[in-house]
Design a protein around this ligand. Structure first.
Ligand SMILES: [Zn+2]
Ligand SMILES: [Zn+2]
Ligand SMILES: [Zn+2]
Length: 461
């Protein structure tokens, strides 16, 4: 924790918490919330009633808890909001993806033999940006153009630098005046629709390869996928996806012999090339046809090849905990009346946010909700999604954990074991706030080994 946040106010708060007679109970709440940076405060009660006799078997109320509240983990997936809860989400996502690739927990191991690809769909270019280029392990100059003409903004669109991996300029346009901010923002807004059309087209292409109608193909084959959105430095999303072929009822049955990894790869390429999404024409902007970029990466996932199932699961899980803040924008909504000049973001992100607010105010484009998603640079889709039968679900993993916690609580005598048929459970919970006071944050950090920081330190991954 930075020394500047350890101020007199925080120390005073920490001392009064330590002197509170309920301190031990408070500390145990904090330990159980696993280092959550912004725990949710709940007020309420749970009662177990015997349905046969009408007697109260057990009663728990937060009335006797410290400050009258129970502190539970926020469970965010976003590492910028709460590193420890995001870590739980990351680990769960990792297990979920890996189970979908190698089996286990009810998914048969024979799933490893199913055709399975790791596919990256990118956005098209919206103008030259500073970039790191490598070929055969050798760094190349960023954007060298010997015969480049000076643009209308007086800039020569050429850059011969070999940028460092963390260079500030990476992803920034060579000329912001020439950069197509409109296209970038609209692409982000339509990316979920493009993805939907891609999956539809993929199924159509597969059916064609098998000489089947779509309806007949469903009797033989299903397409399972898990995808995650990642922001490129230039502020557009691209998608990484695991795409797998299964038999008609999911991973338990093999797909037909004709549905090979090669057939799947061809169908992916065809579908990605074929689909488009058109933005509505509106005052001052004409309709635009958007499509995926030409850089489509399709690689087989193998147990012992270049791209292993661990690598893929790790990759997907990592991006599942990130959002647009990775490109230096904000992790909160923006109101149109805000002074954008004051936002603590990169200049490029500021221009993208401004373009979201400008386009969002045009009535014909209202359906894209660009003002609502300005802080996400126009993207309003899900970051991490799976098709129904890809693997086990996050819910399954969480239920497993809850069951484990319950069993432990019962075996250690902290929870009474009731027969569910004879006990009526009445619970009543209310949200009563979240987070820590500066003093509590200080103590929580020492209890959970520094994984908690005080409010107002700006977050950060
Ligand atoms: Zn949390
Ligand atoms: Zn450059
Ligand atoms: Zn220019």
């Amino acid at each position: 924790m930075p020394a500047s946040t350890t101020n007199a106010h925080a120390i005073h708060g920490a001392i009064s918490r330590l002197n509170d007679p309920h301190y031990t109970r408070w500390a145990s709440q904090i330990r159980r919330s696993g280092g959550c940076r912004q725990p949710i405060h709940l007020r309420g009660k749970v009662e177990h009633w015997d349905t046969a006799t009408g007697t109260l078997l057990h009663r728990y109320s937060t009335r006797l808890e410290p400050d009258g509240v129970l502190r539970v983990p926020c469970k965010t997936r976003r590492a910028s909001r709460c590193p420890s809860c995001a870590e739980v989400y990351r680990a769960d996502t990792y297990h979920l993806i890996r189970t979908g690739l190698v089996g286990g927990k009810g998914v048969p191991e024979s799933v490893t033999a199913h055709p399975c690809l790791f596919v990256t769909l990118t956005a098209p270019p919206f103008g030259a940006v500073h970039t790191r280029r490598e070929r055969n392990g050798k760094m190349l100059p960023c954007h060298p153009r010997r015969d480049a003409q000076v643009c209308p903004h007086g800039i020569v669109p050429s850059c011969t630098a070999r940028h460092q991996p963390n260079a500030e300029s990476l992803g920034e346009p060579l000329c912001p005046g020439c950069y197509d901010y409109t296209g970038s923002v609209l692409f982000n807004a339509l990316a979920p629709l493009l993805w939907k059309r891609f999956t539809d087209a993929l199924r159509r292409h597969l059916a064609k390869s098998g000489d089947l109608t779509l309806r007949d193909m469903r009797e033989q084959l299903t397409v399972a996928f898990a995808k995650v959105a990642e922001y490129q430095r230039r502020g557009v999303v691209h998608f990484h996806a695991v795409i797998r072929l299964d038999g008609p009822s999911g991973p338990g049955l093999d797909p037909p012999g004709w549905a090979t990894a090669d057939v799947l790869a061809q169908a992916v390429q065809h579908a990605a090339d074929a689909v488009t999404a058109t933005t509505p024409a509106a005052a001052g902007t004409s309709a635009r046809v958007l499509r995926w970029g030409r850089e489509i990466d399709v690689r087989p996932i193998t147990l012992r090849g270049d791209l292993t199932e661990q690598a893929v699961a790790g990759y997907i899980a990592k991006y599942a905990t990130k959002a647009a803040e990775c490109v230096g924008t904000l992790d909160r909504r923006i109101v149109p009346t805000e002074d954008l000049a004051l936002l603590p973001v990169r200049e490029h992100a500021r221009c993208l946010i401004a373009e979201c607010l400008r386009l969002g105010a045009i009535s014909g484009l209202a359906g894209l909700r660009l003002i609502h998603w300005a802080h996400m640079l126009g993207f309003g889709g899900h970051f991490s999604t799976r098709s129904r039968r890809f693997s086990i679900t996050l819910g399954d993993i969480r239920a497993d954990r809850a069951e484990h916690a319950r069993t432990e609580a019962v075996s250690t005598g902290r929870l009474l074991l009731f027969d569910e048929d004879t006990a009526l459970v009445v619970s009543d919970w209310h949200y009563a706030g979240r987070g820590f006071t500066p003093g509590d944050a200080l103590l929580a950090a020492s209890i959970t080994k520094g994984s908690v920081s005080s409010p107002g330190d700006g977050g950060g991954v």
